[in-house]
Design a protein around this ligand. Structure first.
Ligand SMILES: [Fe+2]
Ligand SMILES: [Fe+2]
Ligand SMILES: [Fe+2]
Length: 421
């Protein structure tokens, strides 16, 4: 399936009003989590949620026309009709948050306004990370807020190591090979001794768009018809696919396969990496999610709620676990003895903390083109990644990045599924 122009995203330029709306929604999520940890009632959480959603609009409270519009938006009658205690609470929290009210507030309202302030600071710290990496760790107030929200114990490194999945034997053989010096003969041998790989190669060779004049029936013919690069990609992907062969991992595999092909294409137009290394790194960039999916139920329930409310995966993981799927990915790949360049790049593929890590920048771009929205949109990070790869944004926006049709036989949901039998 070609990655058509409709899937090529422009450099993000989120409208200010959209950015504020998304920020307010995340602040509502963090507020709810903080209120939950403080043991507040559902009634108080509901007040806080509504106040957080409107905490930027609340500046209008000092303006008569603006106030009328805001209150109508909040569903609160300004005069006449009775206000419920929830509506009064929302007004009081917003007034206290913006320090607009001269009147003393109750301890409850003061606590809600304080929680809203913390949630706002936390989200601003996430946004600031784009141009000031380390903001989260170095700001003591933010660290304290994160400490309150975390649901896992502190010995996370041990926990992650205990949940590293086993590397499938087929993958171990393929990965330990030096992909940059793999030969046609090596590939032929692999295909002739691995029935599943042979089936993928034959199927890939016999599908559109380059259907051969005569049906391809041997591994050697398939490699010749597909071309060495494509055949090698299929071999590497086929070796790792079993790791993702569970209902809850198949979507992740399909995303990883897309990212691998985009990484490979980006490698071919930049000097960030060799094509085989980029393909392999793309396939494994989110492997850490295999560990995240095994985290305890109290993490999973809160995580699902945050994602459902529009929090990016990376932020929800940081808040609840104190580590991310990128961190877990680096631990997994290190345990599997992967080359240090890939371990480092996978660990940094959302952070870009090291401007000279070109492979991490390439993976960041692949994530961006896959449009998975795992992280907060950041034009600063996007431009940093483009610059690390020596690429121009405009050049890329005008170029065609393609998914390679024969490699699609490795997707779950593709006709190739019957080959696993
Ligand atoms: Fe805010
Ligand atoms: Fe990711
Ligand atoms: Fe991803």
């Amino acid at each position: 399936m070609p990655l058509g122009r409709n899937r090529v995203k422009p450099v993000p330029s989120v409208r200010e009003s959209d950015a504020l709306r998304l920020h307010s929604r995340r602040v509502a999520c963090w507020s709810f989590e903080l209120a939950d940890r403080a043991g507040l009632s559902l009634h108080l959480k509901a007040i806080l949620w509504r106040a957080a959603l409107h905490h930027h609009a609340a500046a209008l409270l000092v303006n008569d026309a603006g106030r009328a519009r805001l209150l109508a938006d909040l569903g609160i009658a300004e005069s006449g009709g009775e206000q419920t205690s929830e509506e009064q609470g929302v007004r009081q929290v917003l007034a206290a948050f913006h320090r607009r009210s001269e009147e003393p507030v109750s301890p409850e309202i003061a606590e809600l306004a304080s929680i809203l302030e913390k949630a706002n600071v936390l989200d601003e710290a996430f946004e600031t990370e784009s141009w000031n990496p380390g903001e989260l760790e170095h700001d003591p107030w933010v660290s304290e807020i994160l400490g309150k929200l975390r649901v896992l114990p502190d010995d996370d490194a041990r926990y992650v190591k205990q949940h590293v999945p086993l590397l499938p034997p087929s993958a171990a053989n393929a990965i330990r090979m030096d992909l940059d010096s793999l030969s046609v003969n090596d590939l032929c041998r692999m295909g002739e001794t691995d029935e599943v790989l042979a089936a993928y190669l034959l199927r890939a060779a016999n599908i559109a768009p380059n259907i051969p004049p005569a049906r391809v029936e041997t591994v050697g013919q398939a490699i010749e018809h597909l071309g060495f690069d494509t055949a090698r990609s299929i071999a590497v992907a086929a070796s790792l696919r079993p790791l993702f062969d569970q209902a809850n991992l198949r979507k992740l595999w399909n995303h990883s396969l897309d990212a691998a092909q985009i990484s490979e294409e980006l490698a071919s137009i930049s000097d960030c990496s060799s094509r085989p290394e980029a393909f392999l790194a793309g396939l494994l960039h989110d492997i850490g999610q295999l560990v995240m999916l095994q985290l305890p139920a109290n993490f999973q329930a809160r995580y699902a709620r945050l994602i459902g409310e529009g929090c990016p995966m990376q932020e929800a993981e940081t808040v609840l676990a104190g580590f991310t799927h990128a961190d877990c990915g680096a631990v997994i790949l290190e345990t599997w003895d992967f080359p240090s360049a890939i371990v480092r790049a996978v660990g940094n593929h959302h952070r870009l903390s090291n401007p000279s890590d070109k492979l991490a920048a390439l993976l960041y771009l692949a994530e961006f083109w896959c449009a998975e929205e795992e992280d907060l949109p950041s034009s600063i990070r996007l431009h940093a990644a483009l610059s690390a790869c020596g690429l121009e944004g405009n050049l890329l926006l005008g170029s065609e990045l393609h998914l390679n049709p024969p490699v699609q036989v490795l997707r779950f949901g593709a006709e190739a599924d019957d080959l696993r039998a």
